[in-house]
Design a protein around this ligand. Structure first.
Ligand SMILES: *[C@@H]1O[C@H](CO)[C@@H](O)[C@H](O)[C@H]1NC(C)=O
Ligand SMILES: *[C@@H]1O[C@H](CO)[C@@H](O)[C@H](O)[C@H]1NC(C)=O
Ligand SMILES: *[C@@H]1O[C@H](CO)[C@@H](O)[C@H](O)[C@H]1NC(C)=O
Length: 380
């Protein structure tokens, strides 16, 4: 399909002047030989469906990427934000079809990116879903509203997360989209990411800071969703984030984020420098703690009931409690490091208080300092 179609639509539905203009535009972009072939082969009747959708010449030129024609139409006519029968503007169609140059031309000419289709999609919806980062960025530069929700109440962020389009998610978050927006099933983007278990996406959302208390239609938080899906890495990441944000809220005087020389992360820790701490946690969990001990420790360190049950949901056999304890200790260590505490004393006291004198004795002899140089970073 090209402007040839446009000509016929114009011919049938618009003024002859417009048709003439449109045909000229067509001639600008299509070699004469090609035009002739198409002209003789394409029966008029096959064009009717396009016309019936109510597309204007601008729609047809834009959706097919005929930049010259788009510019000519924009210059010569007052045509901008007309919608077809599906409520789509030319800009929407250009975006939907990945016609980047046309999107830019239309926005420069003042077309409105915030006109919703009948399905309540803005221009950002199809490009976020498809992962077309450059068009997303262009549309955002023209101050498109980020949070329109389509007929299923999905925002562009939901669509980008569902399809794990990381650069698009990044652009939307940078543009200040509402990260807590919920879809028809009351799911936030975090619920979707947790279910899909995309670690990078989960990390991005957690770092951006979002409301983790929101529950979906089934009453599940993102944590509950991850636990139910048996995604233990995601479960642990979410608990780390919950504890980190709770700590920040409880310590408002720390108005700048304080981190180690490694940037804030909620992922599994594989750093060489923390190897010793991690092996200590492993030894405690697998060799020294009895069933139930880890839960008493968790309670002592302020883990919530939901966090404990989310950890516990994992089943690895009769000795599941060992892995649960190991995970809990690693989550706890993450918080200790971010808070720049010395975990040795805390751990010793915790073990004594929960009646693990023997384990406490073995902790005492371990070098427990975090290996990282502490620096202050803002804006993380
Ligand atoms: C989302 O929720 C978090 C945590 O409650 C809050 O800090 C943030 O401001 C919320 N964002 C929006 C856009 O409402
Ligand atoms: C952080 O808070 C302290 C007081 O608690 C204040 O003196 C300082 O200016 C604040 N820094 C910033 C960057 O807001
Ligand atoms: C403890 O470990 C740190 C870094 O791993 C090291 O610099 C320090 O010397 C160690 N202290 C002792 C008493 O072994």
């Amino acid at each position: 399909m090209d402007l040839f179609v446009c000509f016929w639509c114009t011919y049938l539905h618009y003024t002859p002047v417009f048709a003439h203009m449109c045909l000229s535009a067509h001639l600008c972009v299509t070699p004469a030989s090609e035009l002739k072939v198409k002209h003789s082969l394409m029966p008029v009747v096959s064009l009717l469906p396009f016309c019936q959708r109510g597309d204007t010449p601008l729609h047809l030129a834009a959706s097919n990427g005929h930049l010259d024609a788009v510019q000519l139409l924009l210059q010569s006519f007052d045509t901008r934000d007309e919608v077809n029968m599906d409520g789509e503007t030319a800009l929407y169609q250009a975006a939907d079809n990945g016609q980047e140059e046309c999107v830019l031309a239309l926005l420069e000419a003042g077309c409105d990116p915030d006109i919703l289709t009948m399905a309540k999609c803005s221009a950002l919806h199809p490009v976020s879903e498809r992962g077309d980062t450059s068009i997303v960025q262009i549309v955002l530069e023209y101050k498109a509203f980020t949070d329109f929700q389509n007929q299923h109440l999905a925002a562009p962020l939901h669509l980008a997360v569902k399809n794990s389009h990381i650069p698009v998610i990044h652009s939307l978050l940078d543009a200040g989209c509402n990260i807590n927006v919920t879809d028809k099933r009351s799911r936030t983007a975090m619920h979707l990411a947790a279910e899909l278990a995309r670690i990078e996406v989960v990390e991005m959302l957690l770092k951006a800071g979002l409301d983790l208390t929101l529950r979906d239609r089934q009453g599940k938080t993102a944590l509950g969703t991850a636990a139910r899906a048996d995604e233990v890495i995601i479960v642990d990441m979410i608990i780390k984030a919950e504890r980190y944000y709770a700590w920040k809220t409880a310590n408002p005087e720390l108005n700048e984020s304080v981190h180690s020389e490694y940037p804030l992360t909620f992922k599994l820790d594989h750093r060489f420098g923390t190897r010793q701490l991690r092996s200590m946690a492993w030894r405690l969990a697998y060799k020294l703690l009895k069933p139930g001990d880890w839960k008493r420790l968790a309670e002592h360190w302020g883990f919530t009931k939901d966090q404990v049950s989310a950890i516990e949901e994992q089943w690895t056999g009769q000795h599941s409690y060992q892995e649960h304890g190991n995970r809990m200790l690693l989550i706890w260590l993450h918080g200790e490091e971010l808070a720049q505490k010395s975990p040795a004393k805390e751990l010793y006291q915790g073990l004594i208080l929960t009646g693990n004198t023997k384990a406490a004795g073995s902790v005492d002899s371990v070098n427990f300092s975090f290996p990282c140089k502490i620096i202050i970073l803002s804006n993380i």
